[in-house]
Design a protein around this ligand. Structure first.
Ligand SMILES: Cc1cc2nc3c(=O)[nH]c(=O)nc-3n(C[C@H](O)[C@H](O)[C@H](O)COP(=O)(O)OP(=O)(O)OC[C@H]3O[C@@H](n4cnc5c(N)ncnc54)[C@H](O)[C@@H]3O)c2cc1C
Ligand code: HEM
Length: 394
């Protein structure tokens, strides 16, 4: 909890900090990467830095955390902290790195806000930063303890399977022959690759195989840049990685997972490559003998673009009370529908918990339709395959 004195100061300065967050973020990253070029080369996603996609997430989440401390001092924003900590843990973020981020963030704040940053203001925001940092460090420590390691481990590709024109599946086993830890359906691993210019770039990929199998499975969609550069890691994996090659993988992390006792009705909605965690969830439900209704919804450009469709259908068919609704923008087949995902003709059972994964406009549309059908906001869970810009908005 924030001290009384700091709460007064943070409340008074939050609008100014919020208004300057874009500039603070820009100066922060410029300072951080000038002092530590290895962080941009080997840890942060330089595609996101170049496109500006992730930039506001870090500083924005601190402002959101401060707002939460002021408005609900008795409640910790566990969902937000958990999501960030899982991402950090998959990247191997270490406690001592928080002092590095602190140094450059506070230098950026002082640079942007100038004389407004009195010693009192600096001390109040320092308190906010360390409350959040220490909460994250604690969750990350627990995650590292549970997984038994921090950082990436070497895995050999044992199989590479083309799924669609743009999606390929890789199956991997630990190079050291060690154990393959269990994962919860919906979780992802971070994958690090060495690129031609010597950088080591890391991206997250959801585990798309059934939990409990001896191999890790990921399915990667190649990102075409259009007028922007092509995606670095996905194209590297497509162009250069085959059976026998070695990739660096983290242990599984991620908080979009099925609940422990998931015995009620479920709705699993995905679009495009967002299918990956859903297939793992369906495999897990089938293995657990889930008996309640499961509604599977998926949207894609065409049947030919629908990655993992065979598994998607096969696991759905194993459930006693499940139905699948596939929507294709073109070339729909009998039994499927043409157009974008539309829940209007689909029964949503009372008490449904929903899991969503796909592009933000898709998830926003599905979320709106679900809420109109009476699904509680708290029962709608989602994963974003990129920086989670909804996070700071709560
Ligand atoms: C939790 C999670 C799970 C995921 N699961 C999966 C999965 O199962 N399967 C899957 O395929 N993906 C998944 N992803 C997405 C994946 O992690 C990568 O984001 C994706 O593969 C793209 O990475 P990339 O290196 O190819 O593209 P990047 O190089 O990171 O580029 C990303 C975007 O930035 C643009 N860009 C790059 N440089 C510039 C520039 N200079 N100016 C403007 N724009 C630029 C690119 O055009 C591209 O659109 C997941 C992501 C998360 C966070
Ligand atoms: C209190 C301090 C911090 C806060 C509030 C914070 C917040 C965030 C947030 C909100 C995200 C995006 C999560 C998502 O989209 O799912 C993120 C991602 C990330 N964070 Fe942090 N973070 C902090 C400290 C650190 C530290 C110390 C490091 C390591 C130097 C770090 C490295 C990263 C990286 C590499 C990513 C992934 C984004 C990318 O690759 O571009 N963060 N952080």
């Amino acid at each position: 909890m924030l001290s009384e004195q700091s709460a007064v100061t943070v409340r008074a300065t939050l609008p100014a900090v919020g208004a300057a967050i874009g500039e603070i973020t820009e100066r922060f990253y410029a300072r951080l990467f000038a002092a530590h070029p290895e962080l941009l080369r080997d840890l942060f996603n330089r595609g996101n830095q170049a496109s500006g996609a992730q930039r506001q997430a870090l500083a924005g989440s601190i402002a959101a955390f401060a707002t939460q401390l002021l408005e609900h001092p008795d409640r910790r924003p566990d969902a937000m902290l958990g999501r960030i900590a899982h991402k950090h843990a998959s990247l191997g973020v270490a406690p001592e790195q928080y002092a590095v981020v602190h140094e450059h963030l506070f230098a950026a704040i002082a640079e942007v806000l100038g004389e407004a940053v009195t010693p009192e203001v600096a001390a109040a925001w320092d308190e906010v930063y360390w409350l959040m940092a220490n909460a994250l460090i604690a969750v990350e420590r627990r995650l590292y303890e549970e997984s038994g390691s921090r950082g990436l481990r070497r895995w050999e590709v044992v199989e590479r399977v083309p799924e669609t024109a743009d999606v390929v599946t890789f199956r991997l086993r630990p190079l050291d022959g060690g154990p393959v830890a269990a994962f919860r359906a919906g979780q992802y691993v971070s994958v690090g690759v060495a690129l031609a210019d010597g950088a080591r770039q890391i991206r997250q990929y959801s585990l798309s195989g059934a939990p409990g199998t001896a191999l890790r499975q990921i399915s990667v969609k190649r990102v075409h840049g259009g007028t922007a550069p092509d995606g670095e890691v996905s194209n590297h994996l497509h162009a250069r990685v085959a059976a026998g090659d070695v990739l660096d993988l983290s242990e599984p992390y991620g908080d979009l997972v099925l609940g422990d006792a998931e015995d009620g009705p479920l709705l699993l909605a995905s679009a495009g490559i967002g299918v990956t965690p859903m297939v793992a969830m369906l495999a897990s439900l089938a293995a657990d003998g889930h008996r309640a209704p499961v509604t599977v919804v998926h949207g894609d450009r065409s049947p030919a673009d629908h990655a993992l469709r065979t598994d998607h259908e096969a696991y759905t068919a194993k459930l006693p009370d499940a139905s699948a609704h596939f929507f294709y923008e073109r070339a729909a087949e009998p039994g499927t529908r043409t157009g974008l995902v539309d829940l209007s003709g689909i029964a949503v059972h009372p008490g449904t918990r929903a899991y969503l994964c796909g592009p933000l406009p898709f998830m926003r549309a599905v979320r709106t339709q679900l809420m109109r059908k009476g699904v509680a906001a708290a029962d709608i869970h989602y994963e974003v395959f990129g920086p989670d810009l909804w996070l700071a908005k709560g």
